[in-house]
Design a protein around this ligand. Structure first.
Ligand code: CO8
Length: 260
């Protein structure tokens, strides 16, 4: 068990919980490097079929550790250790072969919200509050926020959040499509695991291929996207799990997927 990140196993679902409650899970380069290492291990782990990232009731994460950022000024550092890891990490999440779900209660601000946006899916309870306060401190959402938020909610809503620094409530985020599921406080931990477990039962190569196709859809024209989808389908046709899934349906039994 790591000090700042805790790994829990719930059958085929792995949940990583940020464990820096005293600083509302403000993100340090060390935490992000540990997260990167854990995610690589989980992506290679055939027993982990879905991953959930969670915080505590008061905060999913309030973003970059501003005290650490000030210390960099004081040290006259030219390096940007947070920047060096955060962008690569967030893109890595999209490239993983399994679903990654952000499980959000309390604050999801700045880089914390960018982390949630880099996950494939977001579930939150009614205590969640979302915002981009970077313009308050002379910065901008520089870990993908200016690119991922408008793709989810449209440019006007993204600009209104980023220009004003205002925080929106979970209900508003749900109405905008910033989160995909909204649950009552106290239900989040169980609901996020139950949702992930539904995905973890499916054929792993199907899930990986669907995820890949959907990210391609965001960055390409329709003809290229359809060609990519057709190729992915052709690859899946040759997998053992596809045959197993179809035979299991015909034989009226649950499929036994192996990821092959
Ligand atoms: N960094 C470090 N510590 C923090 C941070 C933070 N971002 N936010 C809160 N904390 C600490 C506080 O200092 C406090 O610690 P202490 O008791 O030792 O002083 C503790 O957490 C609790 O915080 P508060 O007492 O302030 O709690 P409140 O409930 O009164 O307020 C808020 C909660 C509203 C969340 C408030 O703390 C706040 O506004 N925090 C700042 C949030 C913020 O501005 N986040 C954006 C940071 S910029 C960013 O994330 C950019 C990332 C992209 C970088 C990519 C390029 C490299």
């Amino acid at each position: 068990m790591d000090e700042l990140l805790q790994l829990e196993r719930h059958d085929k679902v792995a949940r990583i919980r940020f464990n820096r409650e005293s600083a509302l899970n403000a993100l340090t380069p060390e935490m992000l490097m540990d997260l990167r290492r854990m995610l690589v291990e989980l992506d290679l782990d055939g027993d982990a079929r879905a991953v959930v990232l969670a915080g505590q009731p008061k905060a999913f994460s309030v973003g970059a550790d501003l005290k650490g950022r000030v210390a960099e000024y004081e040290a006259g550092a030219l390096r940007d250790p947070l920047g060096a890891i955060i962008r690569e990490l967030f893109s890595y999440i999209e490239s993983m072969s399994k679903p990654v779900i952000a499980d959000i209660s309390g604050y999801a601000l700045g880089g914390g919200l960018e982390l949630a946006l880099a996950c494939d899916l977001r579930i939150a309870d009614r205590t969640a509050k979302f915002g981009f306060p970077e313009a308050n401190v002379g910065s901008l959402p520089g870990a993908g926020g200016t690119q991922r938020l408008p793709r989810l909610v449209g440019p006007g809503r993204a600009m209104s959040l980023m220009f004003t620094g205002e925080r929106i409530a979970a209900e508003q985020a749900y109405a905008w499509g910033l989160i995909e599921k909204l649950v009552e406080p106290g239900e989040l931990d169980a609901e996020s695991i139950a949702w992930a477990a539904q995905m973890a039962q499916k054929a792993p190569l199907s899930i990986a291929a669907i995820k890949g196709c959907i990210y391609v859809a965001e960055s390409t024209d329709l003809a290229s996207g359809l060609a990519y989808e057709a190729q992915s389908h052709a690859i899946l046709r040759k997998t053992r799990d596809r045959e197993e899934g179809m035979r299991a349906f015909v034989e009226k039994r649950a499929p036994q997927f192996t990821g092959q």
